[in-house]
Design a protein around this ligand. Structure first.
Ligand code: PLP
Length: 375
């Protein structure tokens, strides 16, 4: 089996699993309990949060732990009380919430990057938050967050000069970026940042929202008052300990990963045949999106599965609902191009030999499909 869908899910690293195990067994206590072993678990939980935060240049107290990135994105959208802007290519956990709050979509250019002119034009005095993912989950396109943050600072100053008190926050979903980019909240200039354990070889159903000092949020759940009252519910101690180990490993290996995946990406681009490359530039090194116009990518996915190669047509959740990708249509692809597009995302389950083998299998399957179509 050759798994080329690491943007959809990553397996839990053995070192992560080992770090989690005690918290399912002898360290099972509720961190809120009063006796010593529970207090120790509570301390371990705080250490784990501090480790996650350290990887993005923050403090443990700046994080709200959530049950995944969807929840973190939903929590971020409780900050604005007025208009929000979001990039039209955002993941549904941003897009659908933004739409619910009457958000306005900002366009992307044909290369998937934010259209800064459109962003400037839509950034009126009513806007309280801009949400732009650090790297897109269908194309891997890396957005110029620092440039957007500079614009945010400029607008804040201008509002201050004109006596307008409305806040302007910058939120970014960094779910896909953590294995390949050195993510630092100060350097990015974000006020809110979504993290996702499930994409960094940590357990699923664990995530976090970084919240800068002074940013006010509303609770997602009411109850025991955990996570500063913003996300009540008994802490997922094994999940957070695992997430922390996974973040440490991702952080440690960011540069090596980038080099390794860039090499493998090049192999795919050199060896794949008869395609058009969709994500040419400004993208994560582990993302290859290719279009086989005239072919049905869903048929290719099934045919490839029969040959032991697992790939995706678009975001896993969109694919399972049979919905056409809003991301590929936003960058101007035709219906035929969207229908023929495959997303290959590389990761730790792969090695170089697999990449050569995958390219050969994909070429064979595509050739067979073209022959069938021609017949
Ligand atoms: N944001 C992005 C960019 C993603 O890729 C994903 C998962 O695919 C999510 C959010 C949602 O994450 P989860 O399903 O873990 O809540």
């Amino acid at each position: 089996m050759i798994y080329l869908d690491h943007a959809a899910a990553t397996p839990v690293d053995a070192r992560v699993l080992r770090a989690m195990e005690p918290y399912f067994g002898e360290k099972f206590y509720n961190p809120s309990a009063a006796y010593l072993p529970a207090k120790k678990v509570s301390a371990d939980y705080e250490v784990a949060k501090a480790k996650i935060a350290h990887c993005i240049g923050a403090k443990g107290a700046d994080l709200v732990i959530t049950a995944g990135a969807t929840e973190a994105n939903n929590l971020a959208f409780t900050a604005p009380t007025s208009k929000v802007l979001y990039l039209e290519t955002e993941h549904d956990s941003v897009r659908r919430v933004a739409q619910q709050y009457g958000g306005m979509a900002v366009r992307v250019l044909a290369n998937g990057l934010v259209d800064m002119a459109d962003l400037r034009a839509k950034l009126t005095d009513e806007v309280e938050m801009i949400s732009v993912s650090l790297a897109n989950n269908e194309l891997g396109v890396i957005q110029p967050l620092a440039e957007i943050a500079a614009l945010v600072r400029e607008v804040r100053m201008d509002r201050m000069r004109r006596g307008i008190k409305r806040q302007l926050l910058l939120h970014s979903d960094a779910s896909q970026a953590l294995n390949l980019l050195d993510v630092n909240v100060a350097r990015l200039g974000v006020d809110l940042l979504t993290l996702n354990s499930a994409k960094v070889y940590g357990p699923k159903g664990v995530g976090a929202l970084y919240v800068a000092h002074g940013v006010k949020l509303l609770p997602l759940t009411l109850g025991g008052g955990q996570e500063n009252g913003l996300r009540s519910g008994t802490e997922n101690v094994p999940g957070v300990v695992g997430f922390a180990r996974a973040m440490e490993l991702a952080h440690e290996h960011v540069n090596g990963n980038r080099k390794k995946y860039a090499g493998w990406r090049k192999i795919l681009l050199d060896e794949l045949e008869g395609h058009e490359l969709i994500n040419r530039k400004h993208c994560l090194d582990n993302f290859v999106v290719v279009c086989y116009e005239g072919l049905d990518a869903e048929r290719l996915v099934f045919a490839l599965e029969e040959r032991g190669v697992y790939v995706a047509t678009g975001a896993a959740c969109a694919a399972s609902k049979g919905v056409r990708s809003h991301v590929l249509s936003a960058i101007g692809l035709s219906e035929a191009q969207i229908a023929g597009s495959l997303r290959l995302t590389l990761g730790e389950t792969n090695d170089e030999a697999q990449i050569h083998e995958a390219a050969a299998i994909i070429n064979e399957v595509v050739a067979a499909e073209r022959k069938r179509m021609g017949a």
